[in-house]
Ligand binder design. Structure first.
Ligand code: DAH
Length: 328
């Protein structure tokens, strides 16, 4: 005759001896599973007398519950043992140097562009971006540079076809803006420009920031004052500034501005002038009521001067050792 108490004692021993989670699972299935020993035992009680059935049912349910609790308790103990073993095996060598994440930083060109923009924002300018792929009309014709004009030779243009090109100057945005907006206009247009040139002072892509003011009483003295304030702000009054008469087809009078650093180094950094009345009337702006002045700043030149960089190409070689020097 099957002895419940004896059975329970044996199961208890098995639970105590279990070394793995799988051993416990097997015991559970063997005793408590659908086809387990205790389940079958309960089924067998049917044939007993009412009194016997009641007595045995109480006992078997008590045993079932204890087995269940004991398995669970052992389960937790085994889990803890396994975890401790894993922690021991996977111990971390805290003396190993960590892998550091390198922080990025702002490129010196972007830094200069931001500083220039901030100055002009302070004196009421807004910034506008425009297309880098331009057509001949906006890049040349509308700026008073017709075909065969010698000024075209200085722009070694990348052409896509007879009409489309990579813009050689941000001055093209002047035309787009004057076509779209009514005066007063006080804007800057930062952006990339392209010319087929490559040596220590030229790269095929470089940056310009163009400025345009169209107002009723704007004149050359105003333009000169703005440029002076801008350069003194950017260089903290440490450079001397020289205006030199020059020629651009789209401005008259025109000037170029040189900066002479304290080491005596002279660098041409921008062109400027009063927008040619022909251009204003082509843009349907009444040149008797309104005047316009413009300037185009060379961002790379200014960056080189600020940081003492001698070869413009090093700005675009992406050598992290070079760029790191300008971390701020
Ligand atoms: N677009 C000229 C260049 O790339 C620079 C320039 C000169 C811009 C005079 C101007 C200006 O707005 O008035 O060489």
């Amino acid at each position: 005759m099957f002895n419940l108490n004896e059975f329970f004692q044996n199961v208890e021993i098995d639970i105590n001896n279990a070394k793995k989670i799988e051993d416990l699972d097997q015991i559970r299935i063997k005793c408590l599973g659908k086809k387990g020993i205790l389940t079958n035992y309960i089924k067998g009680l049917k044939i007993l007398s009412f009194e016997e059935k009641r007595k045995n049912s109480v006992l078997v349910n008590k045993i079932k519950k204890s087995i269940f609790l004991k398995i669970n308790r052992k389960y937790k103990t085994l889990e803890q043992i396994i975890l401790n073993q894993r922690i021991q095996n996977e111990s971390i060598d805290v003396s190993l140097p960590g892998r550091r994440i390198q922080n990025g930083f702002v490129h010196p060109i972007t830094h200069t562009i931001n500083d220039i923009k901030n100055f002009f924002f302070k004196i009421g300018f807004q910034s506008v971006n425009s297309l880098e792929i331009e057509d001949e009309y906006h890049n040349f014709d509308a700026l008073n540079i017709p075909k065969n004009h010698p000024a075209r030779d200085t722009h070694d243009t990348f052409w896509f076809d007879d009409n489309r090109l990579l813009r050689t100057q941000t001055s093209s945005v002047q035309i787009r803006v004057m076509k779209q907006r009514k005066p007063p206009i006080r804007l800057i247009f930062p952006g990339k420009v392209y010319r087929n040139d490559y040596d220590p002072t030229h790269t095929p892509m470089f940056h310009q920031i163009e400025g345009l003011i169209v107002e009723k009483n704007i004149n050359f003295s105003n333009l000169k004052w703005i440029i002076y304030c801008f350069l003194n702000d950017l260089f903290n009054n440490t450079v001397s500034i020289k205006f030199r008469p020059s020629y651009f087809p789209f401005t008259t009078p025109s000037a170029e501005v040189d900066i002479i650093s304290h080491s005596g180094k002279k660098l041409e950094i921008l062109g400027c002038g009063m927008v040619h009345p022909v251009i204003l009337s082509n843009m349907k702006i009444d040149s008797k009521r309104y005047a316009a002045c413009a300037f185009g700043i060379g961002v790379e030149r200014i960056t080189m001067l600020r940081y003492g960089i001698t070869d413009i190409r090093s700005l675009f070689e992406n050598d992290i050792r070079f760029l790191k020097q300008f971390k701020q």
